[in-house]
Design a protein around this ligand. Structure first.
Ligand code: GLN
Length: 498
């Protein structure tokens, strides 16, 4: 029963809690027990917050008794540790922030808190969200609940593994280049990257500001729709948050995709897909066809440039954003005789190797003489990538576009811990299929679509800006037609430390 409680959907949990058949304290305790039972193997959390969770659960029970429950009242949530929380340390996976207690909550966190959500812990992440496996976390690596010898993906691997392993009902991660969708795919759950600006970035520790978005990590599309609805919408504290109204995403899940035009971009299927990934994706396309959608072959020729473009733009923005960690304002401080020596000592000791690599690449790309050759050129190609999506979606001249575009989320299933950690370029390739949507600023949802050699495979569904309702509708229709979302990792059968 306890394990069953940690695999409830939001709708099921809401029903039990509102009918008072289950208390928020009981639901939270079930999660804290689950965390105790599996965390030595999964290692999803940098900081666990059981006391905070129980206090929030008691308040949530009061609120339900008073008759004013919201969707997330009493729901256990895992928060990626790049989201500021005023009552729990926020490390960004880095030694430079290991003792940082933010003075405020991120807006997404504040909105969940206002609904009475329960925070069970701050989840592991690659340092400053730079990575695809959580191996760049300065604390430890998270393990994939489907195979403990493999990575969960990253950088939001902690939140994703926690949700896959039943340590939280839902989680929040963040994306710059695929960090929610890619780990969601590796761990067999649902991950959403929204339209740039759909969710406020206030209180999300910045990596690359023109790309960063907070994203839901859930076990079903309906849960994803609920979570998005709770955190989306304009925020006066983030000038890049979009003014568009927030629809009822849950209500958009009608199951009907008849007549929908589904674009299948040739280039995405030519990027060295593992055989089992290609076959599972093909089978998923047939399911969509069976539901009444029409498959339309399309071409997005500049997508092949997305990875090199990203690895100029993201490090360039990171080098500027990370200048604030100087050993003076916050975080680790190693005081020396001069200010410059203090900067050098604090940053030298506080940042890990991947972060230093990105700062150096970014500083180089922005330096005079190279700025036009690298940064400006990368921005131009970024525009081309976005324009190709616009044309495919029938925005502008070509009115006969597709409604959504589908592709595999990653070229491979989860790789072994250590397999790529010495080869940054091999690691970067894990995001070759997710990064185009980040550069174009469009939404994309990753959903489970089968297994290859026992490991989850994932399908991503992209749509034009602010078409979250549409991509979630397609995702949920597919989810209903298959049973992938009901599969659970064989965690209890896996040995400790495997
Ligand atoms: N893996 C990519 C990187 O290392 C994307 C990370 C992310 O989306 N935060 O930059």
């Amino acid at each position: 029963m306890a394990e069953e409680l940690t695999y409830l959907s939001i709708d099921e949990a809401r029903g039990l809690l509102d009918r008072r058949e289950l208390s928020c304290v009981e639901l939270t305790e079930a999660h804290l027990r689950r965390i105790e039972a599996v965390e030595d193997r999964v290692k999803a959390f940098i900081t666990r917050t059981p006391d905070l969770a129980l206090e929030q659960a008691r308040l949530a029970d009061d609120r339900i008794r008073a008759g004013n429950a919201a969707t997330f009242t009493g729901i256990p949530v895992a928060l990626k540790d790049v989201l500021c929380t005023h009552d729990a340390p926020t490390t960004a996976g880095s030694q430079i922030l290991r003792e940082f207690l933010p003075p405020y909550d991120a807006t997404a966190v504040a909105r969940l808190r206002a609904q009475g959500a329960v925070f069970v812990g701050k989840a592991n992440t690659d340092e400053f969200a730079m990575g695809s496996s959580t191996e760049n976390s300065s604390f430890f690596t998270t393990h994939n609940p489907w195979d403990l010898a493999r990575v969960p993906g990253g950088s939001s691997g902690g939140s994703i593994a926690a949700v896959a392993a039943g340590e939280a009902l839902v989680g929040l991660g963040s994306e710059t280049g695929g960090s929610v969708r890619q780990p969601a795919g590796f761990c067999g759950i649902v991950g959403l990257k929204t339209t740039y600006g759909r969710i406020s970035r206030y209180g999300l520790i910045a990596f690359a500001s023109s790309l960063d978005q907070i994203g839901p990590a859930t076990r079903s599309v309906a849960d994803c729709a609920h979570l998005l609805g709770a955190i989306a919408g304009a925020d006066p504290r983030d000038a890049t948050s979009a003014p568009e109204g927030v629809p009822d995403y849950r209500a958009a899940l009608t199951g009907d995709i008849r007549g929908l035009r589904v674009g299948v971009p040739r280039e995405y299927f030519e990027m060295g897909l593992q055989e089992g990934v290609a076959s599972a994706t093909d089978a998923a396309l047939r399911v969509l066809e069976g539901l009444g959608a029409t498959l339309v072959p399309i071409s997005l020729p500049s997508s092949g440039m997305a990875l090199p473009v990203y690895y100029i733009i993201a490090p360039a923005e990171a080098s500027a954003n990370l200048a604030r960690f100087d050993g003076v304002k916050y975080g680790l401080s190693i005081e020396q005789d001069s200010l410059l020596a203090t900067y050098l000592a604090s940053r030298g000791a506080g940042f890990g190797p991947e972060v230093k690599r990105r700062i150096m690449i970014g500083t180089y790309a922005l330096s005079s003489g190279y700025y036009d050759a690298y940064y400006v050129k990368a921005q131009q190609v970024r525009t081309l990538i976005k324009q190709e999506f616009d044309v495919a979606f029938g925005l502008g001249e070509n009115a006969a576009g597709v409604d959504v575009i589908v592709a595999p989320t990653s070229p491979t299933t989860a790789f072994k811990i250590g397999e790529r950690s010495d080869d940054p370029l091999a690691m970067y390739l894990a995001d070759v299929l997710t990064i185009p949507a980040n550069l174009a600023g469009i939404p994309s949802v990753a959903i489970p679509c089968g297994f290859a050699e026992g490991l989850p495979v994932s399908l991503q569904i992209m749509g034009p800006a602010f078409a979250e309702e549409r991509i979630l509708r397609v995702a949920e229709a597919y989810e209903r037609a298959t049973d992938w979302a009901t599969r659970r990792p064989p965690l209890d059968a896996l040995p400790v430390g495997a």
